[in-house]
Ligand binder design. Structure first.
Ligand code: AMP
Length: 238
């Protein structure tokens, strides 16, 4: 591979002709948005902005937002648009977002999508968003959600069924005991799916209608899905 055609990011070489710009990862709970966002961070060198992670950070720090969000998240419902938009607005002001970012879990309602579209349209320069929807069937999602565990230190995500750690219950990278998210139970999953169908599925249709949109099959090995996303984004950016 010639160095003129490629960018090297944290040990991985990838062909990259255009800056990725803002990327939206859409899809039901458990499709692997977080896992794919982490792969794409390595490939593109732009940050992952996960609204779920930002909200959990607020809950852990017991901020005013965290206190409001905690119960709502515990029920599997959506945190009010105004609070989430404000949190995203603050994050997008940080300088690491200049060449693009991967929004993971946002927008989740048409109101959030309208807010984001308006904000991006108001910027003097910058690429338009590319939206990627990851597809996985319901039974597979349930298995992924109830099997999901993550390392509270390095944030690596495992799955007891499809991507288990080498030693049960312990992170391969730093030996920390793995934890399960409070909302990754079957009952809360059902509520999260209801909220996805009612509020987030229309967001997928909104971005499909705008054109810069790709759908990828999320029921494949992690690296294969990431490669599919990179190919789709490069095609849509041409
Ligand atoms: P996630 O980690 O993306 O699965 O999000 C976990 C929970 O955080 C969701 O079930 C919601 O309660 C809340 N949440 C995350 N992102 C959003 C968003 N864009 N809008 C409203 N609530 C959100």
């Amino acid at each position: 591979m010639s160095s003129s055609c490629c960018t090297e990011t944290q040990g991985r070489e990838v062909g990259r002709k255009t800056p990725p710009g803002p990327i939206l990862l859409l899809g039901a709970p458990g499709v692997g948005k977080g896992t794919q966002a982490k792969e794409l961070v390595q490939i593109w060198g732009i940050p992952q902005i996960s609204t779920g992670d930002l909200l959990r950070g607020n809950v852990a720090k017991d901020t005013q937002l965290g206190r409001v969000a905690k119960e709502i998240m515990g029920r599997g419902e959506l945190v009010p648009d105004s609070l989430v938009n404000e949190m995203v607005a603050a994050r997008l002001l940080e300088p690491d977002t200049a060449n693009g970012y991967i929004l993971d879990g946002f927008p989740r309602t048409l109101a959030q999508a309208g807010w984001l579209d308006g904000r991006l349209a108001g910027l003097p320069q910058g690429l338009p968003v590319v939206a990627v929807s990851i597809q996985v069937n319901y039974n597979q999602l349930l298995r992924r959600i109830t099997g999901r565990r993550n390392c509270p230190v390095c944030q690596r995500i495992y799955n007891n069924y499809v991507n288990p750690p080498q030693k049960a219950g312990v992170c391969d990278l730093d030996g920390t005991p793995l934890v399960q998210r409070a909302d990754d139970t079957e009952t809360v999953f059902e509520e999260r799916m209801r909220s996805y169908e009612a509020k987030t599925a229309p967001v997928v249709e909104h971005y499909r209608g705008l054109g810069r949109f790709a759908e990828v099959d999320g029921d494949r090995p992690i690296a294969e899905i990431a490669a599919g996303i990179v190919t789709a984004v490069e095609r849509l950016r041409k």
